[in-house]
Structure formats: structure tokens, C-alpha cells
Design a protein around this ligand. Structure first.
Ligand code: MF3
Ligand code: CO
Ligand code: CO
Length: 258
């Protein structure tokens, strides 16, 4: 992603309680936009139609869809179907029975971003794909549960990968969680795999995303000629779930609930 982007963020990843509530407001709008889009997900609908629904909802709530124009990204949501890991661009693709689609929405309001995504099944899918989706959401839950002030952020990836490994899933490494708030991507990196790197210590009031991408095959990826759409190299299906979180004394609070 060598495109012109925003200037490097030099602020803090730790937010005051008042700022956290503003991030929650943005996060709630993003989560509600995803829920609204979800009501229209069915065989026959195009990803472009889903983008229009989300765009209308976000601006009606006095917010801005953060992806629109971000480093040149052309749409208000990311829509990632089947083997697309992330950053799919809405277009005239028609959803079919048995597809899975991730909808990733970030809303910007009051100077702060809230970022969340979830994967939906279109019509009915087979057991293998259904289980992938359910377990990817469970891996996010386990990542969230691992959060505690004083631990290093790499504890999160350890929790996610140790769970995903049981099922032989690929755990995508090169796209990560991130600090979020005043900046869409603050520079803080949250790994979803088991590593000693990324040893930043988790602090009270820190705000970041966790957004694991699990695959039925490899963790390796390719990118389309559009320079955005990331797919698994072996074309195996990939699922993802994302929340924005704030660190609390007892763990973490989710800021992207509908
Ligand atoms: N929302 C994505 C994330 O979770 C980022 C999308 S950037 C875009 O970090 F440019 F692809 F839209
Ligand atoms: Co994110
Ligand atoms: Co996102």
C-alpha cells in the first residue's frame, strides 16, 4: 500500500473517558450500518447496492465513511467475498447462494473513527464454511478476552492462533489490527498470529482494533490489479470479524456494538 496517505500519526493510543465515548458513538454508527446492510444480504444483490445502503445510513447519522477516498479507496465499505481476505471494492458482483461476504465499515464523527466488520453467509453454506465463520468470530472473542493492562499486545495473536490451529486454519499475518481513534490507522500494530514481535505494553484507556482473518487453506495472499483486493493465494475461503476496543481495568470494552 504505497499510495499517498495521511501524515504519520504522532498522537497517543490512550484516550480520555470522554474521547472514548465519542469513539463509541462512531463505532455504534458503523456497527448499525453493518446490521442494516446485513438485512439486504441475499442471493441476487450486488455489492454496489450494499455500499449505497451503508453510505446513506452513515451520512444520515452525520458521520463520514472513513474508507471513501482513503489512500484512494473508492467506496464507503469494503465488501470481501469468498476467497477475498479483505479490502474488496463494491462493484456489480452479484451475490450467490453459499457465498460468504465480509462487510467492513468505519465511521468518522466528532473527529474520531470507529472500525468494525463481520462476515455474513449468503443463503446457505456447507458445514466447512459455516464453521469457519463461527470459529473466526470465536477467535475474535478469545483475542478480546486476552486483553489486560500490563500485557504485551502480542498476547492477542497468541490467543487467536492457538485456537485457529486446532482446526488447521490459515491465520493471515500481513494484515493486522491497529490503533484507531483520531487516526484511522495510528501506527500501533496488533498481530493476530503467535509472535514475540509487537511487544507494546497494553495500557488502560488504549483504543485499538482486533480483526482476525482465518482461511480454510493458506495464510499467503495475492493482490488484484486494482491494487486493493487481497485474496488467499490458494483461493480458499477466508472469514473475518473486527471490533474496536478500549482497555479497561478488568480487560476490554467493545466500542462497536450496534
Ligand atoms: N477498515 C479496514 C480495517 O479494518 C481498512 C480499510 S482501508 C480501505 O483496517 F482503504 F481498504 F478501505
Ligand atoms: Co481495522
Ligand atoms: Co475495518
Amino acid at each position: 500500500m504505497g499510495r499517498p496517505g495521511p501524515a504519520e500519526f504522532t498522537g497517543s493510543d490512550v484516550y480520555s473517558p470522554a474521547s472514548v465515548e465519542l469513539i463509541r458513538e462512531s463505532g455504534t454508527i458503523a456497527a448499525r450500518a453493518i446490521a442494516l446492510v446485513g438485512e439486504s444480504i441475499r442471493p441476487g444483490v450486488t455489492t454496489e447496492e450494499l455500499d449505497i445502503i451503508a453510505h446513506g445510513f452513515i451520512v444520515a447519522n452525520d458521520a463520514y465513511p472513513s474508507t471513501l477516498g482513503y489512500r484512494g479507496f473508492p467506496k464507503s465499505i469494503c465488501s470481501s467475498v469468498n476467497e477475498v481476505i479483505c479490502h474488496g471494492i463494491p462493484d456489480d458482483t452479484v451475490l450467490e447462494d453459499g457465498d460468504i461476504i465480509n462487510i467492513d465499515i468505519t465511521a468518522y464523527k466528532n473527529g474520531v473513527h470507529g472500525d468494525t466488520n463481520r462476515t455474513f453467509i449468503v443463503g446457505e453454506a456447507g458445514d466447512e464454511v459455516r464453521e469457519l465463520v463461527v470459529r473466526t468470530e470465536e477467535s475474535l472473542r478469545r483475542g478480546i478476552k486476552a486483553i489486560a493492562p500490563g500485557r504485551q499486545v502480542n498476547i492477542i495473536g497468541r490467543a487467536i492462533e492457538s485456537y485457529a490451529k486446532r482446526f488447521g486454519y490459515g491465520v493471515v499475518r500481513d494484515f493486522t489490527g491497529h490503533g484507531v481513534g483520531e487516526a484511522f490507522h495510528s501506527g500501533l500494530i496488533i498481530p493476530h498470529y503467535d509472535t514475540d514481535k509487537f511487544d507494546t505494553v497494553i495500557e488502560l484507556g488504549m483504543v485499538f482494533t482486533i480483526e482476525p482473518m482465518l482461511t480454510l487453506g493458506t495464510h499467503q495472499w495475492d493482490i488484484w490489479d486494482d491494487d486493493w483486493t487481497v485474496t488467499t493465494r490458494d483461493k480458499s475461503y477466508s472469514a473475518q470479524f473486527e471490533h474496536t476496543l478500549v482497555v479497561t481495568e478488568s480487560g476490554a470494552d467493545i466500542l462497536t456494538l450496534p
